[in-house]
Write a protein of this length. Structure first.
Lengths: 849, 148
């Protein structure tokens, strides 16, 4: 298996670590902070409320526990990298935590006996710090206490991925940092409640509720960098506020509008329509006036600032140690890759360019294909085959009580067996033994939360032959003992779970056989890049396109791309094309029909039929105008890109102007030869006409310009709502959109999206067990009327009406177990067995006692 | 007869991704809240059938809370919007039957808002204590408890 060292904790690096581990490589993860999340990611600083913050970090911990492929070092510092790709000697120092947070079970013994200090962390047990660990090692039942000493370590790895973080910024004095009634956006976002920031909590320092609010992001001022995401957040929050209370007077102050991609620029128009005043300003003056704030002559009760990001000083040192070059403060990479000038050393995340979280997640996935040439072949662990006994009618309930969770309670419940043990999670073999000896077939755990140790207990029950659908988890510790509950509550919760366990029925979790071929539709650059990576990983890659697009020049935003000559670019393109066409199967012709779903697509093209498990749509775009340039800016229905236009102009020596700038890149550091004004695009991208046909075949949606939303309808909300879904592959329904089919973009972004689509498809190239697990939705064929309401309610496209039987059916590979279908079904035909009324009603009877 | 102190029972349906995570955080942070809260973990606020809310009241709970993710943050994209609509309907129905609609509470609490979770639980329990026991459980036609 290959071995990769990842340095830094950013959204991109967390994601990269997860993806390397999942694809069967070993990861050495160097965290510069004392625990994961100590060094905040960009998202944590800017939008602490977003659940992506928790997801990226907790997924790493989960994958580390599950695969055993991740080694995490805390308090670490890079000391140097020697050697060549495939055999790097990386020297670093690190310091152990006094309590190993991966081993810690949160029993609190060290708090009682060794005065440990505790810091709660969302989604984890929390961080314990022991002042004098030497004398305390034996106290811990989980053997998590270790003596923290600094040590130097050498690791031999195949590739190095650098992803150091930005520094968090306070609000600059110039923007009213020390003034009253100036608020950090991060603080503001955390006041969110219901449909916006609740006015009950949104108070100025004198306790009054503001009537006018201003938002500001300093991108473009004084070397502050900006991303589209910062502005997206501001617009979103401003609109939430306006929606909640129309009488609020809301102003947004920006130097340039940097919303890009689709439906994001639409926010600008929407905000204006809602009556939010957007001020495009060249200078800003913030001063106190009366009991409010005066910003450029506008009186505000509250001024909310989302500080931009600045390049931290330590990046220079990291670059020196790693032996790589910086340009404009960012890591310099080879054209269209994340690889730095030093072979085998890669840079992703904020270290490369200012980016939003969606791009960071693209990068964190696309890095796997890019490094693969240096990595040794992956080793995938074999999943043990488990046999479960199915018995719905003779429940024999065993209640396992963890003393760690329930020592202060007087447990009095009626079950076949009540077994009390110290620290259940430390003695899984005893649980297995008890279950087997006593013939228990329903297990109720009275322990801790599934997000902590509870999930592991469920797996223990599985090992003893009890299926997950017969396991109930009562979080006695987090929901009762730690929050000051009494025995009455503890018993009520346990009895409810026992009552439900008795009614539990076996839920078979289906596995879908997938076809291991991949079909790429279209001849965009993204199609070639994705195919280039996939050809030697899957049996067959089809490319369905009548022709391949010419590489569209001058689309790169970064300096190195601009420096690349047209000939060089053509050569690069042709090498990839030759390499791909030697091994992939090119079907010359347009798609005629597509049928099927994730795992089993049937595509007809140029007379033949092909089968594929996953489809990547990369139809590309036509360039109109002078035919050499992509621009993206949405203006009166045309998609353009003013910033790129300006760059192009600079390169060609043409005088240009721009207005609504949607750049998010190095342009900030070296403004092009362009003036601000009402700009005219030099050229723009038009999506291909075939998009409409493909969208119709797949039931997807196009935006008003004709670009694809990047996931199945109505998943396009991901782009306006959140990006959490990029963390999972299944909800995409086996259809990925990459490149110009998605939106106008630079070649760099095409490479990122193509890499994302390729690697994500690879994760789907296995037989897919339903992601819903025991919560999978089923249809009772005798009750189903085939009305199709559940099909509309299902956001992941897992339900469809079978044309032969005229009843609703479930695609197990896509069902995520949310239960929306069961809830809307008027005839009770759609059911989530684990939450069926039979069990829940029994539970409710007991829980209220 | 001695006066019995009213100790309400409040059934909480908390979504797995946000509010349950917040409850976990409240737990790991040792934030105390009244024992009257009986949490039930569900996958999504939209998993909760409105019938479950009514049934809980009928079985003797004095109030129910439905906790979900903030709008726009739902793990299942639109689940919390669905829950919001359903709760609005449940409230209308309760009101038209002559019951206090405030015995059903919908609250958005994200996974990092442990303190908010504890605060909401405290405030709501206090509110229900002042409101007194629910008489919903005595509604005989719904199959509830018999009134003595």
């Amino acid at each position: 298996m290959g071995k990769v060292l990842i340095y830094g904790t950013t959204v991109a690096s967390y994601r990269a670590a997860v993806n390397f581990a999942r694809s069967g490589h070993k990861v050495i993860f160097l965290n510069r902070g004392a625990f994961l999340g100590n060094k905040p990611t960009q998202m944590q600083i800017q939008h602490p409320r977003d659940i992506v913050n928790g997801y990226v970090k907790n997924m790493l911990v989960a994958v580390a526990n599950m695969t055993g492929n991740v080694e995490i070092y805390h308090n670490s510092e890079l000391l140097g990298i020697d050697g060549k790709p495939g055999n790097f000697k990386v020297k670093f120092k690190h310091k152990l935590q006094s309590v190993n947070d991966l081993k810690c079970i949160g029993c609190d013994l060290c708090v009682e006996k060794c005065d440990a200090e505790f810091k709660p962390i969302p989604g984890s047990i929390g961080i314990y710090t022991i002042p004098d660990p030497e004398s305390c090692v034996d106290v811990c039942p989980a053997k998590a206490i270790q003596i923290p000493k600094e040590e130097e370590k050498d690791e031999t790895v195949d590739a190095v991925v650098l992803s150091p973080e930005y520094q968090s910024q306070e609000i600059d004095e110039k923007y009213g940092g020390s003034l009253k009634n100036v608020m950090h956006f991060g603080k503001f976002a955390l006041l969110f409640s219901g449909k916006g920031v609740d006015k009950r909590f949104l108070k100025r320092e004198d306790g009054t509720t503001p009537k006018s609010i201003g938002f500001f992001n300093p991108a473009g001022f004084d070397g502050y960098l900006g991303t589209y995401e910062e502005q997206f957040l501001i617009f979103r929050e401003a609109m939430f506020m306006k929606e909640m209370d129309e009488s609020l007077d809301i102003h947004i102050f920006l130097k340039e509008v940097r919303l890009y991609g689709h439906n994001q620029m639409a926010m600008y128009d929407k905000a204006e329509k809602k009556g939010i005043k957007i001020h495009l300003i060249d200078d800003i003056s913030v001063k106190e006036e009366g009991d409010g704030i005066d910003v450029n002559g506008v009186h505000l009760d509250l001024f909310v600032v989302l500080p931009g990001l600045k390049i931290p000083e330590d990046w220079q040192k990291i670059a020196e140690l790693a032996g790589i070059e910086l340009s404009n403060g960012f890591a310099k990479t080879k054209p269209f890759t994340f690889e730095t000038a030093r072979d085998g050393v890669f840079a992703i995340g904020e270290f490369v360019k200012p980016l939003g979280s969606a791009e960071a997640l693209y990068q964190g996935t696309a890095i796997v294909p890019q490094t693969s040439k240096y990595l040794k072949p992956p080793e995938m662990p074999q999943r043990p085959d488990m046999k479960f006994k199915q018995d719905d009618f003779n429940p024999k309930v065993g209640v396992f009580i963890c003393e760690c969770a329930a020592k202060e309670f007087d447990i009095d419940v009626d079950a076949d067996y009540v077994i009390k043990k110290d620290y259940l999670c430390l003695h899984p073999e005893e649980i297995v033994k008890e279950i087997k000896e006593k013939g228990i077939n329903r297990v109720v755990f009275g322990a801790c939360s599934p997000s902590l140790r509870g999930a592991m207990l469920e797996m223990t029950a599985n090992k003893a032959g009890v299926h997950s659908s017969y396991v109930e988890n009562v979080q006695l510790r987090e929901y009762a003992s730690r929050v000051g509950a009494d025995s009455r509550k503890a018993n009520a919760m346990l009895r409810a779970a026992i009552a439900k366990a008795r009614k539990d029925v076996f839920v078979e979790v289906p596995t879908v056989k997938t076809i291991k071929n991949i079909a790429i539709i279209g001849g965009d650059l993204a199609a070639l890049i994705a195919a280039d990576y996939l050809v030697d990983k899957v049996p067959l890659v089809y490319i369905v396109t009548p022709e391949f697009d010419e590489p569209i020049l001058a689309t790169g935003v970064k300096e190195n791309t601009l420096n690349m000559g047209d000939d060089e670019l053509k050569e690069w393109y042709n090498t990839i094309k030759d390499r791909v066409l030697k091994r992939a199967k090119w079907i010359k012709g347009d798609v005629e029909s597509i049928e099927g779903s994730l795992g089993n697509f049937k595509i007809r093209a140029s007379g033949g039929e092909i089968e594929a498990g996953v489809i990547i749509i990369a139809t590309g775009g036509d360039v109109i105008g002078d035919g050499t340039h992509i621009v993206s800016r949405i203006n009166g229905g045309t998609t353009m890109h003013a910033a790129l236009s300006a760059l192009y102009a600079k390169r060609k020596g043409i005088e240009a102007t721009y207005d609504l700038m949607k750049s998010y890149s190095l342009l900030d550091l070296d403004p092009p030869n362009a003036k601000k004004g009402v700009g005219e695009p030099l050229a723009y991208v038009k999506p291909k006409d075939i998009n409409r046909k493909i969208a119709e075949m797949l039931g997807m949606e196009l935006d008003k310009d004709g670009f694809f939303f990047f996931a199945n309808e109505p998943l396009h909300r991901v782009e306006s709502a959140g990006i959490q879904f990029m963390l999972f592959e299944e909800p995409f329904g086996g259809i990925f959109v990459a490149g110009l089919a998605h939106r106008p973009m630079s070649i760099e972004e095409e490479v990122e999206e193509a890499g994302f689509a390729a690697q994500s498809s690879l994760f789907l190239m296995r037989d897919i067990t339903s992601p819903a697990g025991k919560l999978i939705s089923v249809t009772n064929p005798r009750k189903c009327a085939g009305c199709g309401i559940c099909v509309d309610a299902c956001f992941s496209g897992a339900r469809y009406i079978d044309e032969e039987d005229h009843i609703a059916k479930v695609r197990p590979a896509q069902c995520v177990g949310c239960g929306a279908c069961a809830n809307v079904c008027p005839s009770g035909a759609a059911i989530i067995k684990a939450y069926s009324p039979t069990g829940v009603f029994e539970m409710l009877k007991e829980v209220v006692k | 007869m001695t006066e019995k102190k009213f100790d309400p029972v409040i059934v909480g349906f908390f979504c797995n991704w946000c509010t349950s995570a917040a409850a976990d955080l409240a737990g790991t942070s040792r934030l105390h809240y009244p024992a009257s809260i009986r949490p039930i973990r569900v996958m999504c606020s939209s998993t909760v059938d409105p019938v479950y809310l009514v049934r809980a009241l009928q079985e003797g709970a004095d109030a129910t809370i439905l906790g979900g993710c903030h709008p726009g943050d739902c793990h299942y994209i639109t689940g919390n919007y669905k829950a919001r609509r359903r709760v609005a309907i449940v409230k209308t129905v309760l009101k038209s039957l002559g019951f206090d609609e405030s015995r059903v509470l919908l609250e958005w609490i994200s996974g990092s808002e442990g303190p908010k979770f504890a605060r909401v639980m405290n405030e709501y329990t206090e509110y229900i204590k002042n409101l007194g026991p629910s008489d919903f459980k005595y509604l005989d036609s719904l199959g509830g408890e018999k009134l003595d």
